[in-house]
Design a protein around this ligand. Sequence first.
Ligand SMILES: Nc1ncnc2c1ncn2[C@@H]1O[C@H](COP(=O)(O)OP(=O)(O)OP(=O)(O)O)[C@@H](O)[C@H]1O
Ligand SMILES: [Mg+2]
Length: 273
Amino acid sequence: MTKNIVLKATGIVKELGEGAGKVTALKGVNFSLLSGELTLLMGPSGSGKTTLLSILGCIMRQTSGTLTVDEHCTTGLKPDELAKIRREHIGFVFQSYNLFPTLTAQENVQLPLDVQDCGRHEAQERAAETLERVGLAHKLKSFPRHLSGGEQQRVAIARALVSRPTLILADEPTAALDGKNGQAIMGLLSDIAASNDSAVLAVTHDPRTEPFADRIVRIEDGQIQSSKEKRKPNRSRKTNGRSKNGADPELQNAAIAEAELKKPRRRTRRRSR
Ligand SMILES: Nc1ncnc2c1ncn2[C@@H]1O[C@H](COP(=O)(O)OP(=O)(O)OP(=O)(O)O)[C@@H](O)[C@H]1O
Ligand SMILES: [Mg+2]
């Protein structure tokens, strides 16, 4: 599977607060996400993880620097244009699930489709299919209060997935879960990245999530300290350890990352949907 650059951020600076309380939360961050990969963003409290995620998700604007999502440069876009990028290209998952308590699992997952040009019947079918994908085919009509924490997070992941985004951003998706459920959620995010050919970025503090990562990016005091590719031997079931052209996918990824660093303005082929 060829990996494409889904998101590219260059020289991102973010100032927050005013006057004496002003802080530079991000100090020139360069960051990319590749399709098919689960990237973990790790770092101490206050290092800028949520701020970076909010900017990458077009929720917050950077003070300076450029951001390209799915080949759309976000510089100078109006709020409604940014909202369109969010809606069409990005799915969000939060620590606290953020489900509507009075809606069933299926209705919660349908919500993003209700604001799109998608008929009611199709929206219901797509929500049901997506819940099936996250292992909740038997809970379509359940309300959040009747679901476990892990199941609620699965519903939230299904809601993020239902619009078929190329980018999924998750802020501490396992923080409210016990170890076993947390591992299951990370396994699911890893599978989604691989099988949907999407880029998934998860902010996490939990070292137990590291084995699921394709790449681990560490941030400290608003600056990226390292970005390391990880070997995941059990992912070979997707590619039999080799890509179509016979190359080692791990080496291909490293080559892409290297080429990207050398050619910051390089355009990538957009995957067909
Ligand atoms: N609205 C704000 N006004 C001023 N400073 C802020 C604001 N929001 C965040 N900050 C500061 O920006 C820095 C980065 O915050 P951020 O929330 O991104 O950290 P984080 O890495 O997500 O931390 P945590 O792991 O605790 O969630 C911190 O020093 C924080 O105090
Ligand atoms: Mg945070």
